[in-house]
Design a protein around this ligand. Structure first.
Ligand SMILES: Cc1ncc(COP(=O)(O)O)c(C=O)c1O
Length: 408
């Protein structure tokens, strides 16, 4: 009898040690640092040697600084008091509380859609949306820099996948033309604000392609909801093309400071998703407390637009400071800008060295390495929060300058 060559008879998991050694050798091994405080612009972190630090946090998705907001914490606590923590069952069995439905109605109202459906995480939501809609015989067209959850969803759904170069609408149009001859249905699936690059998808042009091609447009507004557009609905609203987006996907884990993902759109879409989306059907409902937190966060976003105004002003200011310090060039990161700004160092080693230098300055911004970003583009991803100060940005700029001179 033959055996798989790489499975040891004594220890069937031994091959994993070799994998970990390879990752470490390639500067790709990861392990989380322990956060020891509430989320905010300054956080406590215990490093891997057990030493505790207080650092300025430039690497969260807590853009509106709501993750530690006492009003949201209170809403969640009250929900736990009333409903308990566990939800007991999946959404279609007995796990849908009045709070889940209320959060869905509030999300729909916020986003200007008929209805919405709430799931446990944004990742799960992207898998739910794409696998429910697309299948064998269909084509899914992905931007090269789409988030991993969209890529994984497309791989799972059984459709043919075609990837177009980042933001390349001409290539997308060419693929649409080619695929329409054979595909049953075509889905264009894109992030609206790209999580590791901070730039926008060309949604005006993509929606414009609907004049010549038939496709369903799925837009992941994970990093944009709560921040962009007059009502904080996201990049599609900012660019005036909300009507052209068929499926809006979002998450409560970033600007909304909570946890949970959602899909919003026409009634028929949401009714269909409740019946077809396997991650919705076959997973326990998120706690009612997560729904309560969404409701509280939406209220704050609506009532305190100054948070997103402050954030966007800081984004412009940081770009100005980095340009003045010649850390980014004039042509890079054009207006409109976003709260995400990558400084690309290339190799994993250089990005990790930059991270260490920033930490010496108490600036917490971690190195982002493959597979999160393409090989050769390891970077520090700076992300801003509305409560950072100009002085925070000045110190960050100084730290980045130090990294630049020491890594030259
Ligand atoms: C574009 C995008 N979509 C979806 C997700 C997943 O959201 P969540 O963290 O809520 O699972 C993320 C990030 O984590 C993201 O960057």
């Amino acid at each position: 009898m033959t055996h798989p060559a790489d499975i040891s008879p004594d220890d069937p998991l031994a091959w994993l040690s070799a994998e970990l050694v390879d990752l470490a050798r390639a500067n790709l091994l990861r392990s989380p640092m322990e956060v020891t405080s509430r989320q905010g612009t300054s956080i406590g972190v215990r490093d891997r040697d057990g030493v505790e630090h207080r650092w300025v946090n430039f690497c969260s998705n807590n853009y509106l600084n709501l993750a530690g907001d006492p009003r949201i914490a209170r809403a969640a606590c009250e929900a736990i008091e009333q409903w308990g923590f566990g939800s007991g069952a999946s959404r279609l069995i007995s796990g849908t509380t009045s709070l889940h439905r209320q959060a869905e109605r509030k999300l729909a109202e916020f986003l200007g859609t008929d209805d919405a459906v709430l799931l446990g995480t944004g990742y799960q939501t992207n898998v739910a949306a794409v696998t429910a809609l697309a299948g064998e015989g269909d084509t899914v067209l992905l931007d090269k820099l789409d988030h991993a959850s969209l890529i994984d969803a497309a791989r799972q759904c059984g459709a043919r996948i075609r990837v177009y170069p980042h933001g390349d609408v001409d290539r997308l149009a060419e693929l649409l033309g080619r695929e329409q001859a054979t595909a049953r249905r075509i889905f264009v699936v894109t992030d609206s604000l790209f999580s590791m690059d901070g730039d926008f998808a060309p949604l005006v042009e993509i929606v414009g392609l609907k004049r010549r091609h038939r496709f369903t447009l799925v837009v992941d507004e994970a990093h944009a909801i709560g921040i962009f557009g007059p009502r904080g609905r996201g990049i599609a609203e900012l660019l005036g093309v909300s009507e052209g987006v068929d499926v809006i996907v979002g998450t409560a884990s970033k600007a909304l400071g909570g946890v949970g993902g959602f899909i919003a759109g026409k009634r028929v879409l949401i009714d269909a998703l409740r019946n077809l989306a396997r991650p919705f059907i076959f997973s326990t409902a998120p706690p009612a407390a997560a729904a309560a937190a969404v409701i509280a966060a939406l209220r704050i976003v609506r009532e305190e637009p100054e948070r997103r105004e402050r954030l966007l002003a800081l984004c412009a200011s940081l770009r100005q400071k980095l340009r003045a310090a010649q850390l980014i060039s004039n042509s890079e990161f054009p207006i409109p800008n976003s709260q995400i700004l990558p400084i690309v160092y290339g190799t994993e080693e250089r990005a990790l060295a930059a991270q260490r230098i920033l930490l010496e300055h108490a600036q917490f911004a971690v190195a982002i390495r493959p597979p999160t970003v393409p090989r050769g583009t390891a970077r520090i991803r700076i992300s801003l929060m509305c409560d950072h100060t100009e002085a925070d940005l000045d110190r960050l700029t100084e730290a980045l300058l130090d990294a630049q001179s020491r890594l030259a």
